[in-house]
Design a protein around this ligand. Structure first.
Ligand code: HEM
Length: 194
């Protein structure tokens, strides 16, 4: 008790404040310090890249050995979709400007649960050019893109050429007889006099 009393007396003596006022000021200083320091990031943390892939599927874990990329030749959009990570026995593919890349080594990005999983099994040129994740932009349609957007797309293409093996080319869906007949009928309906 004597110690407690003498500490309180020392506080009053040195600070000119009552112990209650002293501890109130101290508590306020701690709160201000913590609030202000929370607004800043340490230089080490600042330089760390943001965490992009949330929780990639363990079947695509980076620890699993990578298969050798296999040349697949020509694939249609529909065939490419089978390589979206839903079947772990297949590589992860992605197409840019009609060229298909095996992006399996980037499975933390493109595998199920990865931040860019929506691009797997798809032609992504438009989305990459527009920096868009909208499903309606995930295709190879370059119509209406301006110069800066085409430049962005080219930069992505360079990145992919350097980083991932090219394993095929995208080709248009094969025209089935049924489709051709349908198109002919539609043409005739639109231009009945031709
Ligand atoms: C908030 C904005 C964004 C942040 C903070 C961000 C961050 C990152 C980071 C840190 C990486 C890893 C880079 C590396 O290790 O090589 C990355 C990769 C990637 N980002 Fe983003 N990103 C953002 C927006 C976008 C957008 C808008 C797109 C396209 C629509 C995009 C597409 C990609 C792709 C495709 C990769 C993987 C490239 C590869 O396979 O190496 N990102 N992003």
């Amino acid at each position: 008790m004597g110690l407690y009393k003498s500490i309180m007396e020392e506080i009053t003596f040195y600070t000119g404040l009552s112990p209650t006022a002293f501890f109130t000021v101290l508590a306020m200083m701690v709160v201000v310090y913590r609030t202000v320091s929370a607004m800043f990031v340490s230089p080490e943390d600042y330089n760390k890249p943001p965490v992009v892939s949330a929780r990639p599927d363990s079947r695509f874990a980076e620890t699993e050995p990578l298969r050798e990329p296999v040349q697949l030749g020509q694939l249609t959009d529909r065939q490419l979709r089978a390589y979206d990570g839903s079947d772990p026995s297949k590589p992860l593919l992605m197409a840019i400007k009609g060229q298909i890349y095996d992006v399996s080594s980037g499975r933390n990005f493109y595998g199920p649960g990865g931040s860019y999983a929506m691009f797997a099994g798809k032609e992504c040129s438009r989305a990459l050019a527009l920096l868009s994740f909208k499903p309606e932009d995930i295709n190879g349609n370059l119509e209406g893109l301006d110069e800066p957007e085409l430049k962005i797309l080219e930069d992505w293409e360079f990145k992919f050429v350097e980083k991932y093996p090219k394993v095929g080319q995208l080709v248009p869906e094969q025209r089935t007889q049924q489709n051709e007949l349908k198109e002919q009928i539609e043409d005739n309906l639109e231009n009945p006099n031709e």
